[in-house]
Design a protein around this ligand. Sequence first.
Ligand SMILES: CC(=O)N[C@H]1[C@@H](O[C@@H]2[C@H](O)[C@H](O)[C@@H](O)[C@H](O)[C@H]2O)O[C@H](CO)[C@@H](O)[C@@H]1O
Ligand SMILES: [Zn+2]
Length: 308
Amino acid sequence: MSKPDTTSGTNPQTATDRRSLLFVHAHPDDETVGTGATIAHYVARDDVDVTLVTCTLGEEGEIKTPHLARLEAAQADQLGGYRYAEMAAAADALGLEDWRFLGGAGRWRDSGMMGTPANDHPRAFWGADVDEAAADLVAIVRQIRPEVLVTYDDFGFYGHPDHIQAHRVAMRAAELAEDTDYRPDLGQAHAIRKIYWTTVPKSDLAKSFEEFAGSEDNPFGDITSVDDLPFGVDDDVVTTEIVAEEAAGPKKLAAMSAHATQIAPEDWLYTMAAKLGIESILAEHYILVKGERGPGKGPHNWETDLFA
Ligand SMILES: CC(=O)N[C@H]1[C@@H](O[C@@H]2[C@H](O)[C@H](O)[C@@H](O)[C@H](O)[C@H]2O)O[C@H](CO)[C@@H](O)[C@@H]1O
Ligand SMILES: [Zn+2]
């Protein structure tokens, strides 16, 4: 579905009718693994423009496709360019038209896992000056003027340095974007109405524990308690559950398969969808950290719409 041209003023809907939703993620694949169903859901709405900003190209990733193994950082160091193409294919699968890299593709490099030498690469995102990186994001915020921003919590959801830095840069950019004295050359100030951090309710993790208990492909390994995982929150900390329509399921699976160097066919995400059903990958959860909580439903009164 091609969107009306909102740049030349020919949009049949007035600009004020359209709503903007911004996702800030660390690596190509995070957008799909963590928020793929939500992206597909809002892209399918005819009143919402979705923008994804990814902070690095994922150059330091482990390669799960053996025939591409030599692209790894320690050998040909071509994984970043390859994951750019994976990002394009995944965006296509989700129907996402506006996807960008922070500062332009290649500005910031994947920092590798915490404590690895890649953390010290001169372009590592982990070593970026937060205000410098945030300035590029302010320009995007002031251009697309999002009502809602989605990013990670201050632990980066699971403690990866690029995820922690994506949180810091996104939150700093939201603060600077609304400051009328900050860099007027980057556009008119804009205040984002709602900000969410991605999360997973422990009740969902407990269900997965149960389903995988004893199986050889248990992604949780020898962890036996959800409280020992580096992510997950009590259900009453979650504020919002987006359950995408069934049609989003195949889109998220196609986007996952687009990220083949990162998500192998035997990956637990596929196994979970197979064991728990496609609905297990249609529900994605968030914590509202800025803005007024909207109407909700269920035992925890979770919002069902990011724009609520
Ligand atoms: C989901 C996510 O953030 N993936 C990151 C992460 O990938 C991990 C890394 O390659 C690790 O070495 C593997 O053992 C683990 O299975 C991967 O999830 O870190 C990568 C390097 O920074 C990054 O490219 C990838 O997108
Ligand atoms: Zn990541």
